[in-house]
Design a protein. Structure first.
Length: 383
């Protein structure tokens, strides 16, 4: 009888590096790598911790921490294997931490004159809560970005309740912008947010544009105000669309004659983009007399925007206007007035200094609603 040869039992190759946990006195677990090589054992403590899972937030944080730790483990195994095979790394560049890049992004934005520093600081704190402090830029992938969106919408509760959708959009936008900047700097190859479907992203809610009707502007003109120069500045904005920051900064050197047409040449404070704006006789009616003022003198001498918004509220109330009323409603009034009177969307966009005509489309929607209301005025008249 021929004896059958036994199949040898296959043994699974042991990993040279294992991820382990050590219990700490505070209830957390410290993550470390157990490295076994050439008969010798060594340890690498990652300074990453698993916390007690008391709620969904802590469970999500632990999940992100384990993903990051396993990525470090995988990198170490590759480094170890390459070293044993005599393969030299093409580049031994230090890892860039996400939070370090966010700080660098904040500094770069400040140098560019952007005023989103506070939002970036808050986004950094949110990222700490979401994924900890040891996430490196090469760990940022589509699941990480989708998880960040989900965290903003379902878990982030700074005051014990979920933030407004517009607030969540701000913190999504900040991180998305930072990753776009990282692509431009060749730190990452692609922004993973671009791989997320539009329906899964956080979109900015369409804000309500409060504006004055022609009749309401007439009422404002007829109503006296405590500070007549502030009144003139507001009505000037109604007929040219300039923001209060641009009106405050406007100097006589920005005003020039082009034949019979008076124009403004202004670098807009918000966008830093130049705008060449023709002024209608109605706008000129509310511009102060120059007198003996020099080119560097300001056209309007008005207080801060905060003080102005305090001053104009009683004026609006006296005119019988009960809408949410700020100086910016003058800009909205100009836009809707232009479109209502027949100006096309592209021209209105240029008059407002918008860099993208899509920014102007929200006003077109307002005008379309007014058209809908107008045609429906005949309803019921002929029943």
């Amino acid at each position: 009888r021929i004896a059958m040869a036994r199949n040898k039992k296959t043994t699974k190759a042991k990993e040279p590096i294992r991820l382990r946990m050590k219990d700490l006195s505070n209830g957390n677990k410290s993550l470390y790598l157990d490295i076994y090589r050439d008969g010798k054992r060594s340890y690498e403590y990652l300074k990453m911790y698993i916390v007690p899972e008391t709620d969904e937030n802590s469970r999500r944080q632990n999940q992100a921490t384990l993903v990051a730790a396993n990525k470090i483990k995988a990198d170490r195994i590759i480094e170890l294997t390459n070293g044993e095979a005599g393969i030299k790394q093409a580049k031994d560049e230090p890892k860039i931490y996400l939070l370090d890049w966010m700080q660098k992004y904040k500094e770069n934005q400040a140098k560019r004159g952007k005023k989103d520093g506070t939002q970036i600081v808050t986004a950094i704190n949110i990222l700490k809560m979401y994924a900890g402090e040891k996430v490196t830029m090469d760990m940022i992938d589509k699941p990480f970005c989708q998880g960040y969106i989900d965290y903003l919408l379902t878990e982030y509760k700074p005051n014990g309740k979920l933030v407004m959708h517009s607030t969540a959009h701000n913190y999504y936008r900040v991180v998305n912008g930072a990753l776009n900047a990282a692509v431009r700097e060749d730190i990452i190859k692609i922004n993973p947010f671009t791989r997320i479907g539009s329906s899964d992203k956080i979109h900015k809610p369409e804000s309500k544009r409060e504006y004055m009707t022609v009749d309401e502007v007439r009422k404002l003109i007829a109503t006296p105000m405590q500070n007549e120069e502030v009144k003139a500045a507001y009505l000037f904005s109604c007929f040219c669309g300039l923001r209060i920051s641009d009106i405050t900064a406007l100097k006589w050197e920005n005003v020039y004659q082009d034949g019979a047409q008076t124009r403004l040449e202004v670098v807009m404070q918000k966008t830093k983009a130049p705008i060449y704006l023709p002024l209608s006789p109605e706008a000129l009616r509310w511009m102060p007399e120059r007198g003996n003022k020099g080119p560097k003198d300001k056209v309007f001498n008005i207080p801060s925007s905060t003080a102005v918004n305090v001053l104009i509220k009683p004026w609006a109330k006296a005119a019988g206007i009960n809408k949410h009323f700020t100086f910016h409603t003058a800009r909205h009034t100009f836009a809707t007035m232009m479109l209502t009177l027949g100006a096309d969307l592209y021209t209105t966009s240029k008059l407002l200094g918008h860099t993208d005509v899509r920014m102007t489309q929200v006003y077109a929607k307002i005008v379309n609603r007014k058209k809908d209301e107008a045609v429906n005025l005949v309803n019921g008249l002929f029943d």
